[in-house]
Design a protein around this ligand. Sequence first.
Ligand code: SAJ
Length: 408
Amino acid sequence: MKKVCVVGLGYIGLPTALIMATSGISVVGVDYDCEVISQLKNGILTFEEEGLQKLFNCAVDNGIEFTDSYPQAEAYIIAVPTPYEPSSKRIDPKYIISAINSVLDVCCKDAIIIIESTVSPGTIDKYVRPVFVQRGKKLGHDVHIAHAPERIIPGCMIYELKNNPRTIGVDNVEIGQQISELYQTFCKAEIIITDIRTAEMTKVVENTFRDINIAFANELCKICRKENLDVYEIIRIANMHPRVNILKPGPGVGGHCISVDPWFLVGDHPELSLLIHEARKINDSMPEFVLSRINEIMSKHGIDDFSRIGVYGLTYKEDVDDVRESPTLQMFDKITRHLGQVPKVFDPMVKHDVVPNQYQDFDLFLADVDVVIIMVGHSHIKQNMNELKGKIILDTRNICNLKDVYKL
Ligand code: SAJ
């Protein structure tokens, strides 16, 4: 393919556009946010990710373009957000529909439109195909549609773009092969071609599997707390069994994937998705559980004032700068509703102020608090753990080996 347009230059679209441009494809990156386009045009990355700067420089050398207007291209990769409606938990496909309409305004005959955004199973039949009908475009004749859900993990995106197997859902195998050749320019792993509904379901199932398994670890954590047992030691020993692989308990599940996708199944099949729904509830209960641990520790030490509590970590997991749905923000939401104030907070990865009482200097933060709640296991805290000596510590990630540390 001579020219590919990537629509939506966020956490998935940007690395995808860059890696394609470095693989010899002519790439145009489109985003409706002029601010994002102007930053990228000025050589400023919009988020941090290992190896992204190097990839960006190489893509720029190879002539990648960034624009807010849709160009004519042979293939369009759509990587826009797919939020869910908070009350029904059903997908809100408005960004995908709007992107497809914009593509149809400019695309040439036989263009291939590849949706990479995660969608709830059935979305393409229910919401996307009707757009082509409305626009008088015959699928499989005028244009082609495909679903190639992304699978890369923030923190390791570039490695995973190259090495993760991929799924391509299509109506027609020949189109699947053309898309497979496009992805093979940078992806060394196996590429499976299947139908669109199977691709949709597989993606959501992958993230739901992880959510359920994290929920199991979190439930064990609560049981062990009640029994006064060390959950980490129990998981360590249990995982020595050849067929057991328990994940890590933590302060909750954040990010815009695992905490969102299972809701699509719950929203569409409330009567059938009992385990999935329960797992969501368990993971969503963890920030409140951390709060109850903080209260226990405060009363044990006779502390009644939140102003001496310091929270380390705002992002949804270690070594990323993404704060979406983060357990810390979920916990702050509860604290503000109950107490009307939030504790002091520091995160070395978050350079702009997201909440009140946020520090940008680690030493100043430490000087102002007596209790430190480790919510995220950034490399930064692992390297500076000794600075926490003398503080009362609640370690929700099991990364601190200092004496008398409280665990979840
Ligand atoms: N977490 C735990 N315990 C664990 C593992 C994770 O509490 O043992 C927490 C993390 O701290 C974080 C959340 O779960 O808050 C999710 O983190 P993650 O690293 O498991 O996953 P994401 O959301 O960064 O990326 C996931 C990945 N999906 C799977 O591993 C099945 C990634 O491959 C997908 O591309 C991504 O979702 C997506 O965009 O769908």
